[in-house]
Design a binder for this molecule. Structure first.
Ligand SMILES: NC(=O)c1ccc[n+]([C@@H]2O[C@H](COP(=O)([O-])OP(=O)(O)OC[C@H]3O[C@@H](n4cnc5c(N)ncnc54)[C@H](OP(=O)(O)O)[C@@H]3O)[C@@H](O)[C@H]2O)c1
Length: 189
C-alpha cells in the first residue's frame, strides 16, 4: 500500500537544519527515527525511505545508505548511487511513486517514509498519497537555515500505539512526538 508517512524533527520556529546538518544532537530522537523507519510489520520486507539529494549528502559515509531500508533519493539530475546497496535515484517524487507501483518494488516493501529535507517534505505534503506527518517538536530554539514548510491546516492530531505520548528529555532538552493525519489521503493498494 502506498501511503506517504513523513517524519521530521523541528525546534521552535520549525527549524530543521543548519549547514546541511541537524542543528542538534539528540540520541534518543535519532533512535526513535531509526526505530520508526526500520520497523516493519512483515519481517521479510523493508521500508522505503525517500529523501532529497541534500539530505542524502548530509548522511555520514559510514551510515550510507540508511541500513535495513530501501533508499530512494530525489534529484533533478541522475545520481550515480548504484554502488550503494538498496539505493535508487529518481528525477521526481511522481517517478519514485510510480516505481513503487512497478513490478520491481510492488509487494516488496512495507511502509514508505519521507525523511526530508524541507524541499521534499513540501513535495510530499502536496502529494495525494500524503498520509501522516510524524513530527518531533523540540521545545527549544536552535539556529537554523532550513525550515519545515507550513503544515496543511486540515490535518488532525492522532496517536500511534508505537509512539510514546509523554514528553521526552535529553540533556535538559524537552521534546514530544506528535502525529498529524491528512483526512484527504488516498491509499494506493
Ligand atoms: N530535522 C529533520 O527532521 C531533518 C530531516 C531531513 C533533513 N534535515 C535537514 O534539512 C536540510 C536539507 O534540506 P533541504 O530542503 O535543503 O534539501 P533536501 O530536501 O534534502 O534536498 C533538496 C534536493 O532535492 C532535489 N529536489 C528538490 N525538489 C525536487 C523535485 N521536484 N524533483 C526532483 N528532485 C528534487 C534537488 O536535488 P539536486 O540539487 O541534486 O537536483 C534538491 O537540491 C539539512 O540541513 C538536513 O540536515 C532535517
Amino acid at each position: 500500500m502506498i501511503q506517504l508517512k513523513l517524519i521530521a524533527a523541528a525546534c521552535e520556529d520549525l527549524g530543521i537544519g543548519l549547514n546541511n546538518n541537524l542543528p542538534w544532537r539528540l540520541k534518543t530522537e535519532m533512535a526513535y527515527f531509526t526505530r520508526m523507519t526500520e520497523t516493519t510489520k512483515n519481517a521479510n520486507k523493508k521500508n522505503v525511505v525517500i529523501m532529497g539529494r541534500r539530505t542524502w549528502d548530509s548522511i555520514p559515509p559510514k551510515f550510507k545508505p540508511l541500513s535495513n531500508r530501501i533508499n530512494f533519493v530525489l534529484s533533478r539530475s541522475p545520481l550515480a548511487i548504484s554502488e550503494f546497496k538498496d539505493s535508487y535515484s529518481f528525477l521526481s517524487l511522481e517517478s519514485a511513486v510510480d516505481a513503487l507501483k512497478s513490478s520491481q518494488f510492488a509487494g516488496k516493501f512495507d511502509s514508505v517514509w519521507v525523511i526530508g529535507g524541507s524541499q521534499i517534505y513540501k513535495l510530499a505534503m502536496e502529494n495525494k498519497y500524503f498520509y501522516r506527518m510524524y513530527l518531533t517538536r523540540i521545545m527549544k530554539s536552535f539556529e537554523c537555515d532550513t525550515f519545515l514548510p507550513a503544515l496543511p491546516e486540515n490535518l488532525s492530531e492522532v496517536q500511534d500505539p508505537e509512539v510514546p505520548v509523554e514528553v521526552q528529555s535529553e540533556n535538559g532538552i524537552e521534546f514530544v512526538y506528535k502525529i498529524y493525519e491528512n483526512p484527504n489521503s488516498v491509499a494506493q493498494v
